[in-house]
Design a protein around this ligand. Structure first.
Ligand SMILES: [Zn+2]
Length: 563
């Protein structure tokens, strides 16, 4: 039996009358460009301080731009066979992006997308919160349920394609006209507030994903490029040489602003201060990070390219660890975080994920001290297995969990929480500012403890030793309404890029390097960055290669060179 529209009872008509596909598409476009972009509209509203006629016209123009651009996108993207899932996916992208933008002040750019793709269960668990569930319920479940259940007219394929592409063309025309009419105001707003361009849902996600895929595809097409093939171990003195042991600690999310040694009002680094006052340790006070997130910074720290070249590079190069290994050093990467970002692929490495130490790994996550617990055994295994390199020495990387947020309170054991009360919510703005700082500072103090422990252990080793610590990037703790990190570098606040760096050198290594302590004192306040790390570690490890740039070596001039 067939049913025609005229048979439907009038009372039911509004419920059952199927949507014209284009009308339904416009409803979604309207939702996405208004409620789906609340953070963008909030930012726009905050920008317009004088609400004059001109700014109102500007807002209306911008609204038309967003709506017509979204309509173009949906007309090209949403077709009957995948209408339902694509609609829900777009709602999900808009809601999730909006939540993170409002909750943490982040924007969605390619490096943020790279972070998202490389995240792990621990990180996701740290971000879950009730307010996030509420946002997802209101922004995805309710509208998604409605979207899924709407009956839609079946138009003949050719007619639908014609009309939908017609709609795309019309919306594109509106877009062009409005952009042309408001170009001057629009261009200056976008120039002055660059973060806005990463706030437009869902275009930010599409752009960032495309950039990521294109970048990764470009890397994948090329073979790994070896670097420093001329690297050799070249100690200043050969007589009585003992192979040194150098520990590089890669910090996480520790900012200089909260580091006691940097002059912070709270003494968050009492143990390091003691080492500093006995003249054994140097704090570098003017260090900038390479990026504002782990994904960018950590590979950059081990790269010979430096920040600017790295940002443009899509050639896969070897890194510092490959060069050290090639020069005959033993290398070991110990990870207490989400992995080494490919840096340790060709060197011995171990991570602490599977460890079940009852004291150091409660609740399935380990405190950073676990790395010192496993280190002696792993080093012994390494030396046993080694057939060469014993003379040149060993470089160990400890990749910390450090101050990884937003659950700062999870980074410190209960008996080391000096500053109370701590924020115990992952929705940071739910906590009083001081509680966020307390939890963060406790984690800094725990890093102080870890580094001092490392030094104590190194002192007990019967060989020349050194420790170099530097954080991967900083963190915003609510300044300017920002939380966490990951702002695009060009607009990142100093809190996210000014990082602490600490060096300790044992007396035997100092004499092996013919260390000039006066030179060292000059270097500690010089403006340096992650760009210096590659070239400086080569000097510490006494490895020579033409790749090394003396102007990026903080120790250049402080050590005797091999003849
Ligand atoms: Zn990081």
């Amino acid at each position: 039996m067939t049913q025609t529209p005229s048979v439907i009872a009038p009372a039911d008509a509004w419920v059952r009358r199927p949507w014209h596909p284009l009308s339904l598409l416009l409803v979604l476009a309207l939702w996405l460009s208004t409620l789906g972009n609340l953070p963008l509209w909030r930012a726009m509203w905050d920008l317009t301080d004088t609400h004059s006629l001109r700014t109102w016209l500007g807002l209306v123009g911008f609204a038309l731009i967003v709506l017509s651009a979204t309509t173009v996108l949906l007309s090209l993207l949403v077709w009957p066979i995948w209408r339902k899932p694509v609609g829900v996916a777009l709602l999900m992208v808009a809601a999730a992006n909006s939540y993170f933008m409002i909750a943490y002040g982040v924007v969605i750019d390619p490096t943020m997308m790279a972070n998202t793709v490389q995240t792990d269960v621990r990180e996701v668990r740290d971000l879950l919160s009730w307010s996030m569930l509420v946002v997802l319920a209101l922004g995805v479940v309710l509208p998604g349920w409605w979207w899924w259940r709407q009956p839609v007219q079946k138009l003949p394929a050719r007619r639908l394609v014609g009309r939908q592409l017609g709609l795309a063309a019309l919306a594109a025309l509106v877009l062009l006209v409005v952009v042309w009419a408001s170009f001057q105001d629009l261009a200056s707003t976008m120039r002055n507030h660059k973060s806005m361009r990463y706030m437009l849902n869902p275009f930010n996600t599409i752009y960032a994903s495309a950039r990521l895929v294109v970048g990764q595809a470009a890397q994948a097409r090329q073979p790994l490029q070896p670097i420093g093939q001329d690297a050799v171990f070249a100690p200043a003195t050969v007589a009585g040489h003992k192979p040194p042991l150098i520990v590089l600690v890669v910090g996480e999310t520790a900012r200089a602003a909260n580091f006691g040694l940097a002059g912070y009002a709270r003494d968050t680094t009492p143990q390091l201060r003691q080492l500093q006052s006995s003249g054994e340790l140097a704090y570098f006070s003017n260090v900038s990070s390479c990026g504002t997130n782990t994904q960018v910074s950590v590979p950059c720290m081990f790269s010979h390219l430096g920040r600017e070249a790295n940002a443009k590079n899509d050639i896969p190069y070897e890194n510092l660890l490959d060069v050290l290994q090639r020069a005959g050093m033993q290398v070991l990467w110990v990870d207490n975080q989400s992995g080494c970002k490919g840096l340790c692929d060709r060197v011995p490495n171990t991570n602490t994920l599977a460890l079940k130490d009852p004291v150091l790994c409660p609740d399935g996550e380990c405190f950073d001290e676990i790395m010192l617990r496993v280190l002696p055994e792993r080093l012994a295994q390494l030396e046993k297995a080694a057939t060469r390199g014993k003379a040149a020495g060993t470089v160990v990387v400890l990749h910390q969990m450090g101050n990884h947020g937003p659950a700062y309170y999870k980074r410190t054991p209960a008996d080391m929480k000096v500053y109370q009360p701590e924020c115990r919510s992952t929705v940071l703005q739910d906590c009083p500012a001081q509680e966020i700082v307390n939890a963060y500072d406790n984690a800094v103090r725990y890093t102080d403890h870890l580094l001092a422990q490392t030094v104590r252990w190194l002192k007990s080793q019967p060989r020349p030793t050194a420790m170099l610590y530097v954080s991967d990037h900083g963190e915003s703790l609510g300044e300017k309404g920002l939380y966490l990190h990951g702002m695009p570098y060009m607009m990142a606040p100093k809190e996210q890029t000014h990082v602490p760096m600490v060096m300790w050198l044992s007396k035997p290594l100092q004499s092996q390097l013919k260390w000039d302590a006066h030179c060292w004192k000059k270097q500690v306040s010089a403006p340096i960055s992650h760009d210096h790390l590659f070239h400086s570690v080569l000097t510490l490890a006494q490895v020579k290669t033409r790749l090394q740039q003396p102007e990026l070596d903080v120790y250049a001039g402080c050590v005797a060179r091999s003849p």
